[in-house]
Design a protein around this ligand. Structure first.
Ligand SMILES: [Zn+2]
Length: 450
């Protein structure tokens, strides 16, 4: 008698539509997860020998890889609504003074609320541009179940920065190295630590070089704000006689481990350097559009990887679909319509940026950014049964035009459910909302932002 061959999985999402890494949508697919990874994908089958601890009916859903916010600011979560229509330079006038004022406890609340908003926004992975009190927020981030790359604000020059923002180089190295080991030890494989230099405007060449060397020693990533404000290019020109990116390249700061947030004001020479050094660019469209229009078609055609970030909740929330649509239409206005080129920022390009650009920026392209066998089971399910989604002639086009984060019902990281039917399972939603409102009131009056 032949032996029955059984397959055992921890989770099966049955009969869903599935967005592939190439931007195709396949109907009637099953996704089978074993432990943290995707173990099998194929046409829906009803087979008694396929066993699963949990089965989800995906017949009304589109499964996509979890969204990746490749540049956020957890420490600015409690300053929502301050920046709208304000004059530059925003980070000097608002963001940095706010961050410097946070207590450890407020930072914890900030991390709780950021995690909650991320999960409800379909984000499974994030890169944080720098938070104080990392020791205090580690337990919060670990219990959220999110995947992320943390970093610490690091600067050593500039009278323009608030008191207490500057580190001596030796101190910065020690603090960052300790945090690197701590996050690695306590992050459960989901949390990473990137070294950082905040920007070329606020870090000496010696600090930048020291942080870059430290990152190489540990085979770690580097997170930096690059070419965000015109001031940073003007500063590099007056101080070093070179544009910002040429200057950073001259001190060997650029490489394939660098996550370069923004990159707005670029020359052709800058783009060539970013391509040659395999730098991972991250645009934050809604924040960037207040400062300029990115040359993304030129970056992409030069082979530069580009992902999306939100720039944190203070810049209009953690909604990557809105970032993507703001990007799509602004790019079409800048580089499409004037040249009658209607393929600028087309849906396949957008999907490539949203997923593979983000995964590369987090240095996890082998693990995340697409639904395929062997990759981590970071999955978002979108409820398609909505009047603004179905029926459609082309679901991919509709995905980039009308689907919003509130259509995401279920979210998994490494095969573990963080949200089911829009209920967050890993965090206490009500408690966090209560604590966040309280903390925000205190911050408002302390900052005189009443
Ligand atoms: Zn930023």
């Amino acid at each position: 008698m032949s032996q029955t061959h059984q397959e055992q999985y921890s989770l099966i999402i049955e009969d869903c539509s599935l967005l592939t890494g190439e931007g195709q949508i396949l109907p009637h697919q099953d996704i089978a997860v074993r432990d943290s990874r995707i173990a099998w994908i194929g046409l829906h089958r009803s087979d008694e020998r396929v066993m699963a601890d949990q089965r989800i009916d995906g017949s009304r859903t589109l499964a996509i890889a979890g969204l990746i916010d490749a540049h956020t600011h957890i420490s600015q979560q409690l300053m929502r609504g301050i920046l709208t229509n304000e004059y530059p330079v925003l980070y000097l006038r608002f963001n940095l003074p706010f961050e410097r004022n946070l207590t450890a406890q407020e930072m914890q609340v900030s991390a709780e609320l950021a995690s909650l908003e991320m999960i409800r926004s379909g984000i499974t992975s994030f890169a944080d541009a720098g938070s104080e009190y990392i020791e205090q927020i580690l337990p919060v981030l670990s219990s959220s179940g999110l995947r992320g790359a943390l970093s610490r604000p690091t600067s050593d020059i500039g009278e323009h920065l608030p008191a207490g923002s500057l580190n001596r180089i030796e101190d910065a190295l020690k603090i960052n190295e300790d945090l690197y080991h701590r996050v690695k030890a306590e992050g459960g494989g989901l949390l990473d630590f990137f070294f950082q230099f905040r920007s070329a405007r606020s870090c000496s060449p010696a600090l930048i070089t020291a942080m870059v060397d430290m990152a190489h020693q540990h085979d770690a990533g580097i997170h930096a704000h690059i070419s965000e404000y015109p001031e940073s290019t003007l500063y590099s020109l007056s101080e070093f006689g070179m544009r910002e990116i040429a200057y950073l390249d001259s001190i060997e700061a650029l490489g394939d481990n660098v996550l370069a947030a923004h990159c707005i004001h670029l020359s052709e020479g800058d783009i060539n350097i970013l391509a040659k050094r395999n730098v991972n660019v991250v645009h934050c469209p809604r924040s960037n559009l207040g400062k300029g229009i990115t040359k993304t078609p030129q970056l992409l055609s030069s082979g530069v990887s580009v992902g999306f970030g939100t720039d944190g909740s203070a810049h209009a929330g953690l909604n990557l679909f809105r970032e993507m649509t703001a990007f799509k239409y602004s790019q079409a206005a800048a580089w499409g319509a004037p040249y009658l080129d209607y393929q600028v920022a087309n849906p396949k390009i957008l999907m490539q940026m949203l997923f593979s650009g983000g995964a590369r920026a987090l240095r996890r392209e082998h693990q995340i950014g697409s639904l395929e066998v062997g990759k981590e089971a970071d999955i978002a399910l979108i409820n398609l049964d909505k009047p603004h989604i179905l029926p459609t002639y082309n679901l991919l086009n509709t995905l980039v035009e009308t689907v919003d984060i509130s259509d995401i019902t279920d979210l998994f990281v490494a095969g573990k459910a963080l949200m089911r039917n829009r209920c967050v399972l890993t965090l206490d939603e009500e408690g966090i909302q209560y604590r966040a409102k309280k903390a925000s009131e205190v911050m408002k009056s302390r900052m005189n932002w009443t």
